[in-house]
Design a protein around this ligand. Structure first.
Ligand code: GDP
Ligand code: MG
Length: 447
């Protein structure tokens, strides 16, 4: 997986001073293979790598991160940008355009089996429930037997009206009738579910153009199955060459799609991905979330693996020593001091929190407990003022000793108490981690 490869990149880059061209090229080779494995189309992967390389070579490595982490950050940021993400965690998705003269026409196009009809019904439901607008749905699929029936049944399930079926009508005529009906019924939105073929052909494209000609759609949404990977790219290219797409819907994102289709789709059509289908149920649709998909492509969505990466920064001997002590149920002030040092080495708590995408909760918790880098320095001073005996056995710390240590470290008794409490809590957390089976349990600390 990509995360394994990037871990490999991490290992090789760790400890080097800056991002020189060779480092970046080595890293990019891995990223390239990983992108291809995630089903990103070759030309898309190539241009992506070029962009990232240009950004990465010669860029200043922040003092608090390893070059490997820096590269991953650049790769992640570029992925989010390429997926059309904006905002802090790339959560922004392009909205559905509904602010035109009613009936606003939304035309769904795509291959057979891509999920057009299902998505039409899902959008009908969204438009009724979320936008509070009146929708009419019409199936123009005259190729597939019972295709129009299918939409009618789905319409009943989502409580959205469908155009009555008239046998023998051609798609363009159905589109005209749907427009008229939508006007008469004062529908705000008209959803046109068009026919698909197994492959893109001229007849299909001619039909799409003709339907677009009579209905003048505000949105032309290409529906693609995210599991079809490379094929999806060719489909997207053919459609976007022929009909004026306004957006893409990626279906079956609930499957094991690795997100590569999303990156390709966006690059090939230049159009925003507006929704992701996440299941067969009619409420299984979400606004597309570029940040989340970038995580998926990178294989970094899972907090545990991220924490493992953060933990990998810890010197190996120290980690081994700590693990041994944990197994013995020992964790004294010397161990805590080592932990605090490592936190500082990793760039402090802000950096650690920053590495975890979407970890707003962890960040907020740290801010709330005033755990900033200054606190780390104070804590180190407190431990430094303790005697060797006190460090080995913090239970010795009575009121008199606390006062002495506070004075010696230039802090306060409250701060000494805070440290002692933190030591207790960490000791408890480590027992918990041991119970949960080692480092993997660390994720729970941030959950
Ligand atoms: P169409 O030929 O393009 O109209 O495709 P359909 O809407 O008939 O969908 C084909 C199949 O894909 C149906 O069984 C749907 O339930 C299923 N489907 C559609 N979207 C999704 C999705 O997002 N996730 C999953 N798991 N199945 C989907
Ligand atoms: Mg259909």
């Amino acid at each position: 997986t990509l995360s394994d490869r990037l871990t490999g990149v991490f290992d090789r880059l760790r400890g080097r001073g800056s991002l020189n061209e060779q480092d970046v090229r080595d890293a990019m080779r891995e990223v390239r293979v990983a992108l291809l494995e995630a089903d990103v189309a070759l030309p898309v992967a190539r241009s992506f790598i070029d962009k990232v390389t240009e950004k990465a070579v010669g860029s200043q490595v922040l003092k608090s991160v390893t070059p490997g982490q820096q590269v991953v950050k650049i790769v992640n940021d570029e992925l989010v940008a390429m997926l059309g993400g904006e905002g802090e965690d790339g959560a922004q998705a392009a909205p559905l355009l509904l602010d035109a003269k009613p009936p606003v026409v939304i035309m769904m196009v795509g291959l057979q089996g891509s999920g057009k009809t299902t998505t039409t019904a899902k959008l009908g439901r969204l438009i009724r429930e979320k936008h509070g607008k009146k929708a009419l749905m019409a199936s123009l699929d005259v190729n597939r037997p019972a295709a129009q029936e299918q939409l009618k049944v789905l319409g009943e399930q989502v409580d959205v009206a469908t155009l009555p079926i008239v046998a023998g009508q051609q798609p363009v005529d159905i589109a005209r009738r749907a427009m008229e009906s939508a006007r008469l019924q004062n529908s705000d939105v008209l959803l046109l579910d068009t026919a698909g073929r197994l492959h893109v052909d001229e007849a299909l494209m001619a039909e799409m153009k003709a339907v677009a000609g009579v209905s003048v759609p505000t949105e032309v949404l290409l529906v693609v199955d995210s599991l079809t990977g490379q094929d999806a790219v060719n489909v997207a290219k053919s459609f976007s060459d022929e009909v004026p797409l306004t957006g893409v819907v990626l279906t079956r994102m609930d499957g094991d799609a690795r997100g590569g289709a999303a990156l390709s789709m966006r690059a090939v059509t230049g159009k925003p991905i507006k929704f992701a289908g996440t299941g067969e149920k009619l409420d299984a649709i979400e606004a597309f979330h570029p940040g989340r998909v970038a995580d998926r492509i990178l294989g970094m969505g899972d907090v545990v693996s991220l924490v493992e990466k953060a933990a990998a920064v810890v010197e190996k001997e120290d980690a081994d020593r700590l693990a041994k002590r944990m197994m013995q149920g020992k964790f004294d002030m010397n161990d805590l001091r080592m932990q605090l040092k490592q936190m500082q080495n990793m760039g402090g708590l802000g950096m650690l929190a920053g590495m975890l995408p979407g970890m707003k909760k962890a960040k907020a918790a740290m801010a709330a407990s005033n755990m900033d880098d200054k606190v780390l320095v104070h804590m180190d001073a407190v431990i430094g003022s303790m005697t060797a005996k006190e460090r080995a056995n913090p239970a010795l710390m009575n009121a008199k000793r606390k006062k002495r240590v506070a004075a010696g470290s230039g802090t306060s008794v409250q701060e000494v108490n805070k440290l002692l409490k933190m030591h207790q809590e960490m000791g408890r957390a480590m027992k918990q981690i041991k119970k949960m089976g080692g480092l993997k349990g660390l994720g729970a600390l941030f959950g």
